[in-house]
Design a protein around this ligand. Structure first.
Ligand SMILES: NC(=O)c1ccc[n+]([C@@H]2O[C@H](COP(=O)([O-])OP(=O)(O)OC[C@H]3O[C@@H](n4cnc5c(N)ncnc54)[C@H](OP(=O)(O)O)[C@@H]3O)[C@@H](O)[C@H]2O)c1
Length: 333
């Protein structure tokens, strides 16, 4: 594969979606442990919107160009990489830089396209699969037969969490911001879902679980939900924070239930993890989740696909929060 000397990528400045533009620049440098991917499709994630807004700066040393996941073909192989060939189709959890025609990614964060999927579907997978698997199943230790609540159940993350929870035998509940989203959560595998604008999830979970509470909660809302999440956990329940969409500071909280009910409060952000940690998660995904995707199950819904040049429209859609599932940029469109 002959490489061009320049590529198109999305340039941005901190602020609104209108500050993004398609620019031309050099291809990224390829480190010895990386694959250079000729990108065919890119998943859009809320962290991209936060980074673009100036609220989620990339970690030191990371590619400052937006984009945390992509699918495409291997165009060049770093000197230390084994097990890949030029032209292999991979889907990758990038450390940044995926909003571009070429993206360099540690080979250990690249997985094959699941069988029978398009580039768009392949690109929709890594960020939510890595995040959900790490937070719900590794940190949250969700097991078959246990119960699970995810807030924002119709988001890209929420949809993936509901699909994987059902696949691995958990009983799921979800909250979402409209009746249409609530119906989508049930279609994705929730036993019941609640419209938080009209229903109190604490009461609903209490009734649905016969006052027991749930074993694991995945939360992206933050401060206003913290005390209510604690009340909704069963004995030895686990609360996993992955974002604070409505704030991260609480004025006052009584810690007693954490002690009396042996609760765990934890959280993580995928981007801050080391490449070695991401490689370990990738290995678990390859063994436990990729065979499920190969069988055509647990593929999150793709709500909308935009041509690369319409990246601002993709971000505006995400900011409207009217989507259900994933938003993807198609570089071939
Ligand atoms: N920690 C990590 O490693 C990690 C990795 C990836 C993503 N995340 C986080 O996980 C969350 C979901 O990511 P995503 O890419 O799946 O995003 P997304 O599809 O845009 O989902 C965000 C959802 O949050 C709900 N929401 C609740 N309060 C909101 C608010 N104040 N503003 C906007 N939306 C609000 C919205 O649904 P309703 O209409 O139902 O409210 C929306 O569907 C984001 O917060 C993201 O930052 C964390």
């Amino acid at each position: 594969m002959t490489l061009p000397t320049t590529m198109r990528y999305v340039a941005h400045r901190d602020g609104g979606a209108e500050l993004m533009s398609i620019a031309t620049g050099p291809l990224p440098d390829l480190r010895p442990d990386e694959l250079l991917i000729r990108v065919q499709a890119v998943g859009v994630n809320r962290p991209d919107v936060l980074q673009r807004s100036g609220l989620y700066p990339p970690p030191p040393g990371a590619n400052p160009v937006l984009g945390l996941e992509c699918a495409g073909e291997v165009a060049a192989i770093g000197a230390e990489v084994t097990g890949f060939a030029i032209g292999d189709r991979v889907t990758a959890l990038a450390n940044g830089g995926a909003y571009a025609e070429y993206c360099a990614v540690p080979a250990t964060q690249c997985l094959p396209w699941p069988k029978n999927v398009t580039a768009v579907v392949a690109a929709s997978l890594p960020e939510t699969m890595f995040t959900v698997f790490a937070n719900v199943f590794i940190m949250g230790k969700l097991k078959a037969g246990e119960s699970f609540l995810v807030h924002g159940g119709s988001s890209g993350i929420g949809a993936t969490a509901l699909l994987l929870a059902r696949e691995f035998g958990a009983i799921s509940y979800a909250t979402a911001g409209s009746d249409e989203k609530v119906a989508a959560c049930v279609a994705l595998g929730a036993k019941a879902a609640f419209n938080y604008r009209t229903q109190d999830f604490v009461e609903e979970i209490r009734t649905a679980t016969d006052k027991r509470g749930v074993d694991v909660i995945l939360d992206m809302v933050g401060a206003p939900y913290f005390a209510r999440n604690i009340r909704s956990l069963a004995l030895e329940g686990r609360l996993v924070q992955i974002a604070f969409l409505q704030g991260s500071k609480i004025a006052e909280f009584d810690l007693t239930p954490i002690m009396l009910r042996r609760l765990t409060v934890t959280g993580s952000t995928m981007r801050a993890r080391s490449n070695a940690q991401k490689a370990a998660i990738a290995a678990e995904l390859r063994a436990k989740v990729w065979p499920v995707l190969d069988a055509g199950r647990c593929l999150p819904p793709v709500h909308a696909v935009f041509p690369f040049a319409q990246v601002a429209d993709a971000h505006r859609l995400m900011e409207s929060s009217t989507h259900i599932g994933k938003i993807v940029l198609d570089l071939g469109a």
